[in-house]
Write a protein of this length. Sequence first.
Length: 133
Amino acid sequence: MAADGLISLKSQYQPLETQERLEAAIAARGLTLFARIDHGAGAAQAGLPLRPTVLLIFGNPKGGTPLMQSAQTAGIDLPLRLLVWQDADGTTWLSYYDVAWIADHHGAGPDAKPAIAGMSGALQAIASTVTAR
């Protein structure tokens, strides 16, 4: 069963190429890549197996701050995150939380609607561009 609010798109590319395309799409939109967390590499350092799993944390304070002004606890879910991962069948996926779900989860008011729409649109566009041929 999928987690509430989680959106996952099948990528037409292998994990590394999906990640590289994602980083390029983030940069092309003028967004800041704050962190890249390679869970697979961390697992390997601990002597544990894990299929490719990389989390990218990115955003723009002008986009996310209005949501936090409406519901400050949304800061635990911001900046935005996209996870590139490979399932047991070798399929690559790109997953992220729906911004509207995040806003609702934190009780954001109607004043946050423009920020929600902007971040949602950006995430959808990035995810579609990155995963499709």
